[in-house]
Design a binder for this molecule. Structure first.
Ligand SMILES: [Zn+2]
Length: 293
């Protein structure tokens, strides 16, 4: 962390990713303090000055901390650019002016995977050129859902929890995206998750004519998650898509467009899109997104 801060003028956007409870928000606060503080000690915020204390008291004027809002837990466009229903200072507005008190202006976007497509698009330009004083910190526990266009503009840093038990299977490891806490959920329906993991493998070598059949198979697997996990249909569908994305990301046969395609389907289904229809389209897209085809 200190090394990251000492390299001032280096990265202006950092993405912390890792399991829930891995300390991403703590690191985000530490980094924000280091960027804001005018009398940093060894690159880190001094923790003594008014600016550092205002960060800890969540009232720093040069810091905006964005978190998902509402029952849907989404980050809307209004958090990024000024719209009629912007509540706090939107990101682009904050960066328009010089810092009031601190060394930089800092935006933290927590659970950045909860941004909708409009918000992602609006953020892209700012991520590229936040201005000389602008700094951004994103956190996520679902790196596979962050579009590649966002990821490529950030310095990505993994925050890890202690290692898995030796008895965790490949499917459990893949479907959990490395999050120990998620393994418990997966063990409520181990066969279903193992089938999702296996499906991604089969898809890697299947002829194109099988795309729709495999899509239908996946849609059935999503349905099979409802009972053991106690989820309603849409929640089971999005959970299955989350696991699918995790398996696709770590599978060598798929290029970056594959993860993008799953992320996009996840957003559509979450917004009440028809799962079966979306799966047809998704599996055709996944076939095309296989590396070297
Ligand atoms: Zn300070």
């Amino acid at each position: 962390m200190a090394a990251l801060l000492r390299r001032d003028g280096g990265a202006h956007a950092v993405l912390f990713y890792g399991a829930e409870g891995a300390g991403k928000a703590t690191l985000a606060r530490e980094l924000a303090r280091g960027w804001l503080c005018k009398t940093p000690v060894d690159g880190l915020g001094c923790r003594e000055c008014g600016i550092c204390r205002s960060v800890d008291a969540a009232r720093a004027v040069d810091l905006v901390w964005v978190v998902p809002q509402g029952a849907s837990r989404l980050i809307h466009l209004s958090a990024i650019v000024a719209t009629n229903d912007s509540e706090s200072v939107p990101v682009t507005e904050l960066f328009r002016t010089m810092p009031l008190m601190a060394r930089h202006k800092v935006v933290v976007i927590e659970d950045a995977d909860r941004m909708n497509a409009a918000a992602y698009n609006a953020l892209l330009k700012t991520l590229e050129e936040p201005g000389p004083h602008g700094r951004l910190i994103l956190t996520t526990s679902a790196i596979s859902r962050i579009p590649a266009t966002i990821r490529s503009r950030c310095l990505t840093i993994q925050c890890s929890l202690p290692d898995f038990d030796a008895d965790v299977t490949d499917a459990e490891r893949a479907c959990s995206e490395g999050a120990v806490g998620v393994v418990d959920r997966i063990r409520k329906a181990p066969e279903v998750y193992a089938s999702i993991h296996g499906l991604v493998d089969r898809l890697a070598n299947a002829p194109r004519s099988q795309a729709l059949a495999l899509g239908a198979e996946f849609s059935d697997l999503a349905e099979a998650l409802q009972k053991p996990l106690g989820l309603v249909a849409r929640a089971a569908d999005t959970e299955a898509l989350r696991a699918l994305a995790a398996c696709v990301v770590e599978h060598p046969a798929y290029g970056p467009e594959a993860a993008q395609a799953v992320a996009e389907t996840h957003r559509i289904v979450q917004g009440n899109g028809n799962m079966a229809i979306q799966c047809d389209a998704l599996f055709v897209a996944l076939m095309s997104a296989r590396a070297g085809r």
